[in-house]
Design a protein around this ligand. Structure first.
Ligand SMILES: [Zn+2]
Length: 149
């Protein structure tokens, strides 16, 4: 597959105003991310607004958790046999990335890989995964019409 899009293209397809759709508050005691929906646009839900000054350190935790989860999911995908089963493994990974679009925005190389993978999936006949749904959620500034040509 030829490299059609640059990092800059793909980053421009992401909506900067909705990078933090879910709360990145980290509960150190339980080692859990809040992940509640956040309408505040600053990466924290209404309940956790008071922790904004610790946001950078919480984002670091969220980032390392994302890296860990994605690695685990990719390894599971490698070990999975059969197209439909692989789709079932990929689906939660795309959900996770959809909820953490800031991660792609911070990692253009990863964003381009995800974007190209979704376009590649769109060319295949899939039964479980809906690649266009994820393109719309993750890269809303990309003109979807281009895919159908
Ligand atoms: Zn929260």
């Amino acid at each position: 597959m030829e490299a059609k899009f640059t990092y800059d293209d793909v980053i421009s397809f992401i909506n900067k105003d909705t990078l933090y759709s879910h709360c990145l508050y980290h509960d150190d005691y339980n080692n859990k991310l809040c992940q509640n929906r956040s309408n505040m646009m600053n990466g924290l839900c209404f309940k956790h607004q008071e922790h904004l000054e610790d946001f950078d350190s919480m984002k670091k935790v969220a980032k390392s958790k994302m890296v860990g989860s994605i690695k685990k999911m990719l390894a599971k995908n490698e070990a999975t046999i059969g197209k439909e089963n692989k789709e079932k493994v990929c689906d939660p990974m795309f959900i996770l990335i959809s909820k953490n679009r800031w991660f792609m925005y911070d990692n253009p190389k990863f964003a381009l890989t995800v974007f190209n993978k979704l376009l590649e999936f769109e060319q295949e006949e899939l039964t479980v995964l809906d690649p266009l749904k994820y393109v719309m959620i993750m890269f809303p500034n990309y003109n979807i019409v281009q895919i159908e040509i």
